[in-house]
Design a protein around this ligand. Structure first.
Ligand SMILES: Nc1ncnc2c1ncn2[C@@H]1O[C@H](COP(=O)(O)OP(=O)(O)OP(=O)(O)O)[C@@H](O)[C@H]1O
Length: 480
């Protein structure tokens, strides 16, 4: 790609970008949120037109596959039906299931994957779903496969299976583009890297043994980042949230947990460990559980999210696209949703109070937005996540539950978010951080619970926390 330029209205998003992809290579595309990575890849795959520049390749558009974060699979159909959806093999007027089965098996074998093509998608683990998306790309004989943050919702074991598949594809001459904010993974799997900042390329190079995360992060943000001093110890107050024997059949069991005023508590484990479901119950998103939820010493009967909010609980769900944002509303409107009452003047929303509120949080969280009344969907993924965080913080909660809070957020913004959490905790706000990123837990939490198959298996004090200890318990092992 040579000197690619692209503007949305008067917002010049790509300012002349060059990118060279090689066959049989894994190329990382990095950059802060909103810097234009997805736009560039949408252009490469033909989803978006560009204003200026040139794309020089012998590969036709139909041989370029873009695997987005939201997978395009139909849950109730099987693997084979998903692979051929819309272009079924036909024998006269009928769908030739046998031929489709044979071809599906062939593709899966090419990927070194042993799975029955008749398996229903909803029975697959998240990594297998990713693998099926890749299989779809291979079915159309893709020569370039673009993967947009493919590992965000995967466990360590699943990430390794995606990586081995990427290596197989690379050895077969496919060119892979890996968009990610997880710099450790970039170093592990990629051969080359292009780093963008503000719509321009600021760095291009090979990932050699001497490249470290720190260097990549520095290129991304253009300044030195300080990871060391994020965590600040605090004196915490009385218990503000207590979960006593919380049970939900087959989902979680005997959950006992406490959080103090001003404390930051982590809950971690592998995907499917039940942590999200526990806090959906606490926030009134789901019902059907037994046990007690005690808020500031009083048993609470939380039957709705409105009730949870009125008790001073804020919550950020794990899946932003499904549960977090309202697609038809603007950035500004999304940000104020739960704070509407606070912004009313004589029963009407005060425009000036709304703008002040919006501007305060755009500034506090460095949200990259052109106009506050643009649709939320026009923001980059990471910036949408920041809007969701702003929305919760804006309700001035006493207890904040953050499920996967920095999903898709770049490293610079992550540190900003952690610092905001630290400062609010110092002021007495309590946080519960549900995360599968050990680094996130270390950088922020005073204590952490580790869950496995719906149960709390261990509670670590800050001094006892280590990546090895957490992994051991999260995978069903025991600390001796
Ligand atoms: N369809 C659109 N209409 C208007 N603006 C858009 C549109 N798509 C993207 N943008 C803007 O283009 C800029 C770049 O967005 P893009 O999604 O390419 O960033 P990104 O680098 O992929 O970010 P992230 O890491 O957060 O996913 C952002 O400012 C975004 O708001």
């Amino acid at each position: 790609m040579k000197n690619i330029k692209k503007a949305f209205g008067n917002n010049l998003v790509l300012k002349g970008v060059d990118l060279k992809l090689e066959a049989g290579s894994i190329h990382a595309l990095l950059g802060e949120n909103g810097t234009g990575k997805s736009t560039l890849m949408n252009i490469l795959s033909g989803l978006l037109a560009y204003d200026e520049g040139e794309i020089i390749t012998e590969i036709t558009k139909n041989k370029i596959a873009f695997i987005h974060q939201e997978l395009a699979l139909v849950d109730d159909l099987n693997i084979m039906e998903n692979l051929f959806l819309g272009h079924e093999i036909k024998k006269s007027l009928f769908v030739d299931k046998k031929a489709m089965y044979i071809k599906s098996k062939e593709i899966l074998e090419r990927m070194n994957i042993t799975i029955n093509p008749k398996t229903i998608i909803k029975d697959l683990t998240p990594s297998y779903k990713q693998i099926i998306e890749i299989a779809k790309a291979l079915l159309k004989d893709a020569k370039i496969i673009i993967m947009d943050e493919p590992t965000t919702s995967l466990t360590e074991i699943e990430i390794q299976s995606i990586f081995s598949l990427m290596k197989v594809l690379k050895s077969q001459g496919v060119s892979l583009v890996f968009i990610s904010h997880k710099l450790n993974e970039v170093i592990e799997i990629c051969d080359r890297v292009t780093i963008m900042r503000d719509g321009e390329v600021v760095y291009n190079g090979n990932i050699t043994a001497d490249v470290n995360e720190h260097d990549l992060a520095q290129h991304m943000v253009g300044k030195e980042l300080s990871y060391e001093n994020v965590y600040n110890p605090r004196t915490v107050g009385d218990v503000v949230l207590e979960l006593c024997n919380l049970n939900k059949e087959r989902i979680f069991e005997n959950i006992n947990m406490s959080v103090h005023k001003g404390e930051i508590v982590g809950v971690t484990g592998l995907l499917g460990d039940g942590r999200s479901e526990v806090f959906e119950a606490v926030f009134g998103v789901s019902s059907g559980h037994s046990g007690k939820i005690i808020i500031k010493g009083k048993e609470a009967n939380i039957t709705s999210t409105a009730k949870a909010l009125s008790l001073g609980i804020g919550y950020i769900p794990s899946n932003r696209k499904q549960n977090g944002i309202v697609k038809d509303l603007s950035v500004g409107e999304n940000m104020i949703l739960p704070s509407l009452n606070k912004l009313k003047n004589n029963g009407l929303i005060s425009k000036s109070m709304q703008s002040k509120f919006n501007e305060e949080y755009v500034d506090k969280l460095s949200i990259k937005v052109n106009k506050l009344n643009n649709l939320i969907t026009s923001l980059s993924g990471g910036n949408q996540q920041k809007v969701v965080i702003a929305r919760v913080l804006g309700t001035a909660p006493d207890i904040v539950i953050l499920d996967n809070p920095t999903q898709g957020v770049d490293i610079g913004a992550k540190l900003e978010i952690y610092n905001i959490i630290m400062n609010l905790a110092k002021e007495g706000v309590s946080f519960i951080i549900l995360s599968n990123e050990a680094q996130e837990i270390f950088m922020t939490c005073d204590r952490t619970y580790v869950m496995f198959q719906g149960q709390i298996r261990h509670e670590f004090s800050r001094a006892e926390m280590s990546e090895e200890n957490i992994m051991l318990v999260a995978t069903g092992g025991q600390i001796i």
